[in-house]
Design a protein around this ligand. Structure first.
Ligand SMILES: C[S@@+](CC[C@H](N)C(=O)[O-])C[C@H]1O[C@@H](n2cnc3c(N)ncnc32)[C@H](O)[C@@H]1O
Length: 246
């Protein structure tokens, strides 16, 4: 592990605590994806001196939120999550950024929250592991709203589960995930968590939820995005970026 990465891990363990350690244990790729979302935010061009206006979909326990906040000092983050038990953890972990006025939370669902935002008012919509939970029809509407609220030149950055187009390969990857969950969580004696992850995986893999790579990229194109790019593929996970043309 590089110094940079171990510093990042130490900082995250300090702020997020047990929840970060648990995510790293069960799904190290998910923890890494939040780091990559932050790295993409850091790369966003500095066009002027204004603070970047960033919307995050799915606060969760605050792992991705923290990555975004620390990636770009001159930014304010509006973080949306409609599950109070999840968002309350993010609020607890990230209180100092709320107190500094850089972070606000919204408890609406993603589509409702986006619909309440002005046209062309947001520099970046960033997210990790939230869109794959959506029903396909709902996700379609969310993507259209993301495009509407972004400023020209604004970016959509999403680290998430993107199903492989090669379905046989995808199945093998999911089987490996199941093997890993059983091995790690039985060793840690976390059987209830194991049950929850397996049950959730059935939802992730269902026909009306799965975010298959080529379908997802086409959906972005149809919404009007350009420079659509899928990178950092790690098993069923990948980083997708797209730009609203200037
Ligand atoms: C798996 S967590 C990801 C959290 C964090 N980004 C991470 O990577 O650890 C997904 C979050 O999205 C939220 N979520 C799911 N569907 C949502 C919706 N329709 N609107 C807003 N939030 C939603 C869930 O409550 C959950 O907190």
């Amino acid at each position: 592990m590089t110094n940079k990465k171990s510093h990042y891990d130490a900082m995250f363990s300090g702020v997020i605590g047990q929840d970060y350690e648990m995510l790293k244990l069960i799904s190290p790729l998910a923890a890494e994806m939040s780091r990559l979302v932050g790295a993409k935010v850091a790369e966003y061009p500095e066009l002027n001196t204004d603070k970047l206006n960033i919307v995050e979909l799915g606060s969760g326990t605050g792992i991705t939120t923290l990555s975004i906040l620390t990636a770009r000092e001159a930014s304010s983050v509006f973080s949306i999550d409609n599950e109070p038990t999840m968002q309350d953890q993010a609020k607890k972990h990230l209180k100092r950024w709320m107190d500094d006025g850089r972070l606000t939370f919204c408890g609406d669902d993603a589509l409702t929250a986006l619909k309440n935002l002005e046209n062309g008012s947001v520099d970046i919509v960033a997210s990790a592991y939230t869109l794959h939970n959506f029903l396909n029809t709902y996700r379609q509407e969310v993507i259209e709203e993301i495009f509407r609220v972004l400023k020209p030149g604004g970016q959509f950055i999403n680290g998430d589960r993107y199903g492989l187009d090669d379905i046989s390969m995808h199945t093998r990857i999911v089987q490996q995930e199941v093997n890993d969950y059983f091995r790690i969580l039985t060793e840690a004696n976390k059987l209830e968590l194991l049950e929850n992850w397996i049950v959730h995986l059935f939802s992730d893999e269902s026909e009306n939820h799965i975010m298959r790579e080529s379908v997802a990229l086409n959906q972005l194109q149809e919404a009007g995005f350009v420079q659509i790019n899928l990178s950092h593929r790690m098993a069923a996970n990948a980083l997708v970026t797209a730009v609203k043309s200037a």
